[in-house]
Design a protein around this ligand. Structure first.
Ligand SMILES: [Zn+2]
Ligand SMILES: [Zn+2]
Length: 421
């Protein structure tokens, strides 16, 4: 018997945090959920943790890790790029709290401690956690350093997918599942459990054509993109399809790109990405932003869902120009300005809602598996028990039905629920 506690990321997307207890206690991820108004945290584990395992750097998985180090110092396993990227996000959390004059739940001291107790673990290098258990990471294909975790316990094996992308993208070769056949327990994400993504190559082509058209008709193509993964992918796509335009690159994606550049072994075609990143103009000071807006050009910047960041340095000029375009490149969470823009063509500029005359379009560059890929992966894992996490409730219920049809035992635990299986 193993006990699972769902401290966050249960029937929701955000604040992923799961406790696995077979005598020893392992924490899988510990993230936060950035709501439109406030940050939501997972439940605090009521026990001493023997080890933490972090699947990847995104805040909804890593954001609350330093908080654990307020009271204890468990050894924490992650890939080297996950540490590099998480550090950027943890430090940014402190920076934002400082600007907003709010109290962060951890300080620089806890970040330092989390780094000190991190055991960097590459893919396919099995390591012992104690005399009864071991852990091994496999490429999840989601972002740089993202991992699928295989946890071998005393009498059973558990696979935790984290976020994973089965199919290949420009930057990653797709999930490495070959050695993960037949586990006892499976904790699997279900973000897109009820739908399929469009063909990736087709999306890339349409996207580049749209951006090229916009520049050719004399407009600015403003591209809000997530700092980790999406900025780099978009810039790589422009290079691959030989976009004929000047591209400017602004925001936190720059810092993340350095981690991408420094970890070539975790990329499909590192030379191509390096070359693509070297070709674009990195915005280093405010005066360069004026230059970026002066002539028809492309601007790739954060935040991906328009919740702040340098994108607001460009929006006041771009929104009213019908020759320009704002092209969203990622999932837009409900309640975010990006979602509002997409649904209503309105955006708040200096606290005033304005009608957007620029073209608004969204492109599906998802880094998650769609429904068919999730079901394909489940067939391969062939688990005895399945726990669905990281998905909206309705999406999960629809996926659950499909999985049941295949004859598997499947659970959709609620926030705070415990399962003994
Ligand atoms: Zn993620
Ligand atoms: Zn996630």
């Amino acid at each position: 018997m193993v006990k699972f506690s769902f401290l966050g990321g249960a029937q929701e997307v955000g604040r992923s945090c799961f406790l696995v207890d077979d005598g020893e206690k392992y924490l899988l991820d510990c993230g936060v959920k950035l709501g439109p108004k406030e940050t939501e945290y997972p439940l605090e584990p009521e026990t001493n943790i023997d080890a933490i395992i972090l699947s990847h750097a995104h805040l909804d998985h890593s954001g609350n890790i330093p908080f654990i180090f307020r009271k204890s110092s468990p050894l924490t396993y992650m890939t080297p790029p996950t540490l590099g990227l998480s550090r950027i996000l943890w430090e940014d959390t402190l920076k934002i709290a400082d600007i907003e004059k709010s109290d962060p739940v951890f300080s620089k001291i806890e970040i330092k401690r989390a780094e000190k107790y991190t055991f960097p673990l590459s893919y396919r290098k099995r390591t012992d956690l104690n005399e009864n258990a071991s852990v091994e990471f496999f490429d999840a294909g989601h972002i740089l350093g993202s991992a699928i975790t295989k946890l071998s316990l005393k009498n059973s094996t558990l696979v935790y997918t984290g976020d994973f992308m089965l199919n290949e993208t420009r930057l990653h070769p797709g999930s490495d599942l070959k050695s993960l056949k037949n586990c006892d327990y499976l904790i699997i994400e279900s973000t897109y459990g009820d739908r399929a993504h469009p063909d990736r190559k087709k999306t890339e082509k349409e996207f580049v054509e749209k951006v090229q058209d916009t520049v050719d008709r004399g407009g600015t193509a403003l591209i809000p993109a997530f700092a980790i993964g999406r900025c780099q992918e978009i810039i790589d796509v422009f290079n691959e399809y030989s976009l004929d335009a000047e591209v400017f690159f602004d925001g936190m994606g720059q810092k993340a790109s350095r981690v991408y550049r420094d970890n070539p072994a975790y990329l499909k075609k590192p030379k191509e990405l390096k070359e693509a990143l070297a070709k674009v103009n990195w915005i280093k000071k405010a005066s360069m932003r004026k230059k970026a807006l002066k002539n028809p050009a492309v601007i790739v910047t954060t935040a991906g869902m328009l919740q702040g960041g340098p994108v607001y340095q460009y929006l006041p000029k771009v929104y009213s120009d019908s020759n320009s375009g704002i092209y969203l490149t990622g999932f837009q969470v409900e309640g975010t300005p990006g979602r509002t823009l997409f649904e209503t063509k309105k955006i708040a500029i200096e606290n005033e809602a304005v009608e957007v005359r620029a073209e608004v379009k969204k492109f599906d560059f998802s880094a998650h598996s769609g429904k068919d890929e999730l079901l394909k992966a489940i067939d391969l894992f062939n688990p005895k028990k399945i726990m669905l996490v990281h998905g909206d409730k309705e999406v999960m219920n629809s996926l659950k039905k499909e999985i049941k049809k295949k004859g598997f035992d499947v659970f959709t635990p609620k926030q705070g629920e415990e399962l003994e299986l």
